[in-house]
Design a protein around this ligand. Structure first.
Ligand code: NDP
Length: 328
């Protein structure tokens, strides 16, 4: 059986190490669709899993990579045939199932999405879970009646993967956006993606009151903690705040006042276990009306498996802008 390189993570109470190992298809988690992986990507969660900074794996060892795109090699499912170009994102990859950091992946058919018309495999993985989550967040805003004329949407952690695509897509849909960033050298980049205004993280000062002066009509928050609390407390009536990430903290304090006095909505988003019908809708929108305008600009690097440990460290140290594409 031919062997191929895979970036495999061993993470349990006794042991944490990760690196390239030679595997064969028989070593991979089971599934009815075998995919030759062309591309994967690097997400915040991949960096946490690959460095052991958080316990992402619920089985060990596993091939890392929560995203993959490639071509079907074998399928026991009537829904997919040899040669189909497909995407898998989240769904348990690199949590309970071998992920995308290998030349092959075997997955259950009901995790697979056909590559939408309008996207190449490489573009789909530049988008990856980060862009998918930005699109899903915007879909939720729209479902909650967030109108362009309501006012600006603030995006925190703006220069990261989710933030970059959120700015791009909101701008495309005509929303005014305020990009909040801690990266002083990212201001021009964020204006180029379509931000209406870029604000330094340190300059955002919101008080501690249960209701603060309203500043934004909605938010996509990648930072969590006190930032998330502040966004809700300063949201305009009927604004929608989407909680995406925890790059800056987990716990926060909030009263019920923004919800019951202003009708503010706090919306959760979970890309990993997004229901499959909704996942297909979002990928199809990414190939169509939510096709990002700056995919090439948001991809700042293309790397091979060997570079992953260095990339993980840089990502967690906030030294990476936009998205990193992994080429198998
Ligand atoms: P990135 O690492 O690409 O971006 C995170 C950004 O957050 C950084 O670029 C930086 O932006 C900002 N940031 C980093 N550290 C801090 C800090 N200490 N305080 C405040 N801001 C900080 O990650 P992703 O965009 O891939 O993911 C963003 C967040 O969303 C992560 O927490 C991730 O786990 C989560 N996530 C959640 C998903 C879901 O389904 N709910 C799916 C995908 C991601 P800047 O320098 O511009 O401020």
């Amino acid at each position: 059986m031919k062997k191929f390189p895979a970036f495999r993570i061993h993470s349990d109470q006794q042991d944490m190490h990760a690196g390239i190992e030679q595997l064969s298809v028989d070593d991979l988690s089971e599934g009815d669709v075998l995919i030759r992986v062309n591309y994967s990507s690097v997400n915040y969660k991949d960096a946490l899993a690959g460095t052991g900074k958080a316990q992402i794996l619920r089985r060990s060892p596993l091939v890392g990579g929560i995203d993959l795109a490639g071509e079907v090699v074998e399928s026991a499912s009537g829904d997919y045939s040899q040669g189909d170009q497909v995407i898998v994102n989240g769904s348990g990859l690199s949590e309970v199932h071998d992920g995308g950091y290998a030349e092959f992946a075997r997955v259950p058919a009901d995790w697979v999405v056909l590559l939408p018309t309008g996207l190449t495999l490489a573009q789909a993985m530049i988008i990856g879970t980060a862009g998918f989550t930005a699109a899903l967040s915007i879909h939720l805003l729209q479902q909650n009646n967030q109108q362009v004329e309501d006012g600006p949407i603030v995006v925190t952690g703006a220069s990261g993967g989710v933030g970059s695509f959120a700015i791009d897509l909101l701008h495309k849909l005509g929303y005014e956006t305020v990009a909040v960033t801690g990266s002083d050298d990212a201001h021009d980049y964020l204006y180029e993606l379509g931000a209406s205004k870029v604000v330094s993280r340190e300059k955002i000062k919101i008080g501690e009151n249960v209701l603060e002066k309203t500043r934004w009509a909605g938010a996509i928050d990648n930072v969590g903690g006190d930032t998330l609390s502040a966004l809700v407390r300063a949201s305009k009536p009927w604004g929608n705040v989407v909680s995406v990430g925890i790059a800056g903290g987990v716990k926060f304090e909030l009263s019920a006042m923004p919800f019951i006095i202003r009708g503010v909505n706090l919306l959760g988003v979970s890309s990993s276990n997004c229901p499959q019908p909704l996942r297909k809708i979002i990928w199809n929108r990414l190939g169509d009306d939510l096709h990002p305008q700056h995919i090439a600009k948001i991809k700042t690097q293309t790397v091979k498996l060997e570079s992953l440990p260095e990339i993980f460290e840089k990502l967690l140290n906030n030294e990476i802008r936009g998205r990193v594409l992994v080429e198998l």
